[in-house]
Design a protein around this ligand. Structure first.
Ligand SMILES: [Zn+2]
Length: 133
């Protein structure tokens, strides 16, 4: 969740749109002078555009920063990527993302740099929810 919050906080979607459409087109939309249909096209792009690898790395690092002051393991998301590394065919979306091994190392490095002390996970709550499904 910290990762997704970081994408929003760092305005990755807005930065992607600016790169694709240019600041002038975005200005036309804000001032109501855009061509009909352009807004719908951009709305579709928001969903379809992938974050760059740099944005993914930035979001990973910020997620550690956000959690560092809590009792949670600030690099807890690294566990997901450790599991993915052992899979024979990783999910397709990971092919456009940074290497899972690098993501684990980056998050753990950031945690060490910041001196994050939290160790708590939500495994027991997660298992309780899984048991009800
Ligand atoms: Zn992401």
């Amino acid at each position: 969740m910290g990762h997704e919050i970081a994408h929003a906080a760092m305005r990755h979607s807005t930065r992607n749109l600016t790169k694709v459409y240019g600041i002038q087109v975005l200005y036309q939309i804000i001032t109501g002078k855009a061509e009909p249909g352009l807004l719908e096209q951009i709305a579709i792009s928001v969903v379809a555009l992938k974050f760059s690898r740099d944005h993914e790395t930035e979001a990973d690092e910020n997620s550690v920063t956000y959690l560092c002051g809590t009792t949670y393991n600030a690099a807890g998301a690294a566990g997901f990527f450790k599991k993915m590394q052992g899979q024979p065919s990783p999910p397709a979306f990971l092919s456009t993302h940074p290497d899972p091994g690098n993501r684990v190392l980056n998050m753990e490095k950031r945690k060490t740099e910041l001196g994050c002390k939290g160790t708590m996970t939500n495994q027991s709550a997660y298992q309780a929810i899984k048991a009800k499904l």
